[in-house]
Design a protein around this ligand. Sequence first.
Ligand SMILES: Nc1ncnc2c1ncn2[C@@H]1O[C@H](COP(=O)(O)OP(=O)(O)OP(=O)(O)O)[C@@H](O)[C@H]1O
Length: 399
Amino acid sequence: MTGSAVRLSKIEKGYGASQVLRNIDLTVEAGEFMTLVGPSGCGKSTLLKILAGLDQPDAGSIEIGGELVNRLRPSQRDIAMVFQSYALYPHMRVRDNLAMPLIMANLPFVARMPVIGHLVPGMSARRRQVGSTIGEVAKSLGIEALLERKPSELSGGQRQRVALGRAMVRHPGVFLMDEPLSNLDAALRTQVRTELVELQRRLNATFLYVTHDQVEAMTMSGKIAVMMNGALVQVATPAEVYAAPADIRVARFIGSPPINILPAQIGERGDIRLFGESQKLRTDLAPGERIQIGIRPEDVAVVAQTQPLGASSLKHARIRLIENLGNEVIIHLILTGDGQVPVTARLPQRDWAEVRASGGDPDLVRVGLWPERFLVFDGAGRLARSEKLRDAARLEAVS
Ligand SMILES: Nc1ncnc2c1ncn2[C@@H]1O[C@H](COP(=O)(O)OP(=O)(O)OP(=O)(O)O)[C@@H](O)[C@H]1O
């Protein structure tokens, strides 16, 4: 089985005076895992609901598997939704929870009745079919041993898997997931995350997955769609969104700790001037234009005042806060030159130990920057240049 492609064209949606979705064009290819991310209230859930048929767009077309579905009811759209609250029927065993979508879809009303249902001709064969489908789905999710339990007798992760199983029993063409892991603790989240990715690959299903979690977005999906204020700003691979964010809002939104943004200007000769110094980096932007430079925290080098470093720009900095994560260290700094600009650096624990071993004033370090790692945003906040994109392309070529 392969999933169905989803195509949204020119979708508009408003509630009263507020426009929630603006001219959304989005294609999710058959078998693709796409995550939808963006700040709270940007319209992610609304888009999912429109796709599912739980809400109507004001304009635009929705195609699933090449078929226009605008006028179809949710149950006719060949999709399954998994929400963050997994809404299992509390009084039913897991087996019956899993059977429910199949029974609703396949058995006529009379056949669903507990006593008379058995007298309807041909129904026992259909019921057997339901039983075997449940068995297969339960096996693929590793919940066979839980079939006779009630939801209250399950852990959060097990309930999550039952909710997924309920979505899977009908073999839908598209899975829509709205923060399905947000109720789980960190360890379970990691486990179910891996399971979901395996599941999607095994079924070759189409997933559209809403999340607030950066790690989920970066690691699970083939593509990330970034929404801001009701509009799609960028749809690209995770590596591309990280290395070449289409605009400064995306740059700020993706990446943890967040990207450093430094004010700069285009010099007389088209060169970039940062802290008044000319950098060995040119753009096509007009001389005098005020720009912003984005530098990811891992691209900020930190050395002791006595250590040598071949960076093109070397600044003195004072340490404000050190966050030691065990394997790496996040260092919040203030550049002590003009402007007292705050900068965050992220470096392996080993490198930080070396800085510390060099002695000197423990609060003072030097910060090294390399122009080839700069993300250059023009006056309007659009990406004008990123050398890092080449790294992203190389990464994708080997993965
Ligand atoms: N039924 C409704 N009536 C009026 N306004 C609504 C309705 N549903 C959503 N909205 C508004 O539409 C905007 C988008 O909401 P939506 O739930 O799609 O955002 P979201 O990106 O999913 O947010 P979050 O990440 O916080 O879940 C919000 O401003 C919200 O208040």
